[in-house]
Design a protein around this ligand. Structure first.
Ligand code: PRP
Length: 181
């Protein structure tokens, strides 16, 4: 694993600190209200779990899974809902929980889709933001870290579907994946 980790970009402690700050800010902003945390699977799940623990207003959780129609058509912004919400969001204060915003196409689609369901409000919290790669404008209400345009893994972000459980953010060395041995 040591050789696979080319560079640690953000440590476990830095992430925990920032997640607590985001949770505190969200708790202030939503004082007197209830929140529906809408987690986008799979990458958002680790962030959701930590963030939820640092929010002090009443909250419920729901989950959506989306996929783009293959990388070739990703830039078209065509997104498919693989798993939809279980409950109506009408009249609710919805906060979308994303691990990372890259091109912004996933969120653009989700925002348009979710607005039609008439939530009381719709905001976004993203732990990692790669603004260099943006294809569409997205207003991110709460952003954790600005990330350079590098391929990163850990804290929900996968490398070939693995390593989401690594508690820090690292740049992998693809030639040294322990799973290839
Ligand atoms: C990642 C991430 C966002 C999306 C961001 O998910 O969790 O949902 O990509 O990219 P974009 O801004 O360019 O649209 P991914 O499709 O890798 O699925 P996963 O979370 O299940 O790994």
């Amino acid at each position: 694993m040591q050789e696979f980790v080319q560079e640690i970009l953000i440590s476990d402690a830095q992430i925990q600190q920032r997640v607590s700050e985001l949770g505190a800010q969200i708790s202030l902003d939503y004082a007197g209200k209830e929140i529906l945390l809408l987690c986008i699977l799979k990458g958002g799940v680790i962030f959701l779990a930590d963030l939820a623990k640092s929010i002090t207003v009443p909250l419920e959780m729901d989950f959506m899974a989306v996929s783009s129609y293959g990388s070739a058509t990703h830039s078209s912004g065509v997104v498919k809902i693989v798993k939809d919400l279980e409950e109506s969001i009408e009249g609710k204060h919805v906060l979308i929980v994303e691990d990372i915003i890259d091109t912004g196409l996933t969120l653009k689609y989700l925002i348009e889709n979710l607005k039609q369901r008439q939530p009381a409000s719709l905001k976004i919290v993203a732990l990692f933001d790669k603004p260099d790669n943006r294809a569409v404008d997205i207003l991110v209400d709460y952003s954790g870290f600005i990330i350079p345009n590098k391929f990163i893994v850990g804290y929900g972000l996968d490398y070939r579907q693995f390593y989401r459980n690594v508690p820090y953010i690292f740049v992998p060395n693809p030639e040294k994946d322990p799973r290839d041995r």
